[in-house]
Design a protein around this ligand. Structure first.
Ligand code: ADP
Ligand code: MG
Length: 259
């Protein structure tokens, strides 16, 4: 399979640099059901990770644990030196570094594109409105949608809404971006415009964790592909190796189904 994307160069960080995300022995239950089993993962600054795996394997739960949208029962999650525990101060500090983009955009329908982008900077970061709007317009430009700033989400296509959601996240100047199947609710013709935006972000050096089954994107952008099954990380490898020589039988079976 060839990729529509030119390969994105590896991040310019030393392999031994302190990881920006350090997950150790993470376990998570929903009642009696164990959704994450002893997950450990280090992510270096500037690294791009693609997470794939069957439905229900714990991919969303894992990335939601990174900004405390889910709590974990045991193990540790440390983001840029701050451990995620019950401390609201710690949770606030970590959330201010992380942007998240969901499958279903989650834009505010009653606010314009520009207002969606400036709401949190103005009310959470206390930025002056003019400054927040200037930043928002710049980032809407970056996702190539500046001409839609005055429209409401319902007036935009799915692909455009998702690009607004990405711009909105970027307005909070995150150091890490989490994507949870950002293209799986889109009509096929809109997938590429959203992936192009993500590729551009990767080129700019953003640390990214992307849950996606877009394997062309994974090949071009990922430094590592992670395969999860039944709450575990079963396999992780650079994309070339992951696709050419999957080690576990579970990975092979999964790839046969999606490729
Ligand atoms: P994936 O994103 O890989 O499809 P999830 O992380 O969403 O998987 O879910 C992993 C498992 O945890 C699934 O079996 C799912 O049903 C279960 N699960 C997820 N969220 C909840 C919840 N809030 N309550 C109970 N079970 C949940
Ligand atoms: Mg999911």
């Amino acid at each position: 399979m060839t990729s529509p994307y030119a390969n994105v160069p590896a991040p310019a960080v030393a392999a031994d640099a302190e990881p920006i995300i350090r997950i150790r022995g993470l376990n998570k239950w929903f009642g009696k059901f164990q959704a994450l089993r002893d997950v450990s993962l280090d992510v270096r600054r500037g690294e791009r990770i693609v997470i794939c795996g069957p439905s229900g394997s714990g991919k969303s739960t894992l990335i939601r644990c990174l900004n405390r949208l889910e709590t974990h029962e045991s193990g540790t999650v440390v983001v840029d030196g701050v451990e995620l525990d019950d401390s609201l101060k710690h949770i606030g500090a970590v959330r201010s570094e992380i942007g998240m983009v969901f499958q279903h955009f989650n834009l505010f329908p009653h606010l314009t594109v520009l207002e969606n982008c400036t709401l949190a900077p103005i009310w959470v970061r206390k930025q002056p409105r003019a400054e927040a709007e200037a930043t928002a317009r710049k980032l809407l430009e970056r996702v190539r949608i500046a001409d839609q700033a005055g429209k409401y989400p319902g007036q935009l296509s799915g692909g455009q809404q998702q690009r607004v959601a990405i711009a909105r996240s970027l307005c909070m100047a995150p150091r890490i971006m989490l994507f949870d199947e950002p293209t799986s609710a889109l009509d096929p013709e809109m997938v590429k415009e959203v992936l192009d935006t993500m590729v551009a972000l990767a080129r700019d050096g953003m640390t990214m964790l992307c849950v996606t089954h877009e394997m062309g994107f994974a090949r071009a952008v990922a430094d590592r592909v992670i395969f999860m099954d039944r709450g575990e990380i079963v396999e992780e490898a650079p994309p070339g190796e992951f696709f050419a020589r999957p080690k576990s039988e579970r990975t092979q079976r999964f790839l046969e189904q999606i490729l």
